[in-house]
Write a protein that binds this ligand. Structure first.
Ligand code: CAA
Ligand code: NAP
Length: 246
């Protein structure tokens, strides 16, 4: 198996850590992105290295283009060119639309959608020049079905899927695939931040009767990032316990 350089944005979060662990276990070199000054960075790196993995960190704010330029300069000097990019960083700022502030609208669009431009722009030319690359964008079931209280989040996540299909067409002859994974509700801080009774109602509505485990999302991401998935591009893979079937 060819060992690749992988960059996972939001790589130290719930789903991000599972993706890093899974791809590291396959022998790849991992760079986990985090916000500048993230306090648990060293602890995270030590824990992953204790498991025998080759991991690095790159600090940057994915919502800010210049910060992404600097982050990729750090990253290239540490490990070289990114061959597998996982756009995973994301936030929620849920509220009913009539109470949604302009700030919360822009915060979510910048972090969850404009980030995909900011980061992918840094990596795509190298992938095309070398004739190989994998990009996986982490969207959401709520991009496809919509969700009460998430006009900002659903719009941003649906935008990711449109981005993936368009870029996939531009680079399809150059060995680069671009796909989207749309998880349902996963056991991470993002879901635990919801009010307990709202969360309980949502869990009760999931046909499989439970939240997803981060490793169940990571397994699908790892497949799309593999050599074997070379004929899959522009796809949007749902991993949602039957919550929304297309
Ligand atoms: N459909 C229709 N009506 C609903 C509803 C729904 N899904 N959910 C709530 N309502 C109703 C309520 O019954 C309530 O009605 P009354 O005023 O008649 O009592 C009214 O709408 C207001 O609801 P809340 O009390 O919940 O309003 P709030 O302002 O306190 O909270 C909210 C609003 C923060 C959006 C809250 O409803 C909420 O957290 N909803 C869930 C949002 C969600 O799913 N977020 C996912 C986070 S994790 C994630 O995003 C990962 C991923 O990709 C899956
Ligand atoms: P999480 O644990 O909160 O992880 C999100 C990560 O993104 C955190 O490490 C966070 O860093 C980082 N991040 C946020 N804003 C950033 C920024 N501006 N620049 C750089 N990094 C930033 O949440 P998660 O559940 O693992 O979510 C990962 C992705 O999956 C998100 O895109 C989310 O929308 C998507 N998703 C999650 C679920 C779910 O149910 N959990 C379902 C569908 C899709 P800090 O912690 O330092 O802020």
């Amino acid at each position: 198996m060819t060992r690749r350089v992988v960059f996972v944005t939001g790589g130290m979060g719930g789903i991000g850590s599972a993706i890093c662990r899974r791809l590291a276990a396959e022998g790849h070199t991992i760079v986990a992105g985090c916000l500048p000054g993230y306090e648990q960075k060293d602890q995270w790196l030590e824990a992953m290295r204790a498991e025998g993995f080759t991991v690095y960190a790159a600090e940057g704010d994915v919502a800010n283009y210049e910060s992404c330029v600097d982050m990729f300069a750090q990253l290239r000097s540490a490990v070289g060119q990114v061959e597998i990019l996982i756009n995973n960083a994301g936030i929620t700022r849920d509220s009913v639309f009539k109470r949604m502030t302009e700030h919360h609208w822009h915060e979510v669009i910048n972090t969850n959608l404009n980030s995909v431009f900011n980061v992918t722009r840094q990596a795509i030319d190298g992938m095309v020049e070398r004739g190989w690359g994998r990009i996986v964008n982490i969207s959401s079931v709520n991009a496809i079905k919509g969700q009460f209280g998430q006009t900002n989040y659903s719009a941003a996540k649906a935008g990711m899927a449109g981005f993936s299909k368009s870029l996939a067409q531009e680079v399809v002859r150059m060995g680069v695939t671009v796909n989207t994974v749309s998880p349902g509700y996963v056991e991470t801080d993002l879901v635990m931040a919801m009010r307990a009774e709202v969360r309980a109602q949502i869990v009760a509505s999931i046909p499989m009767g439970r939240l997803a485990k981060p490793a169940e999302i990571a397994a699908v991401v790892a497949f799309l990032a593999s050599e074997e998935a070379g004929y899959i591009t522009g796809a949007n893979i749902s991993v949602n316990g039957g919550m929304h079937m297309m």
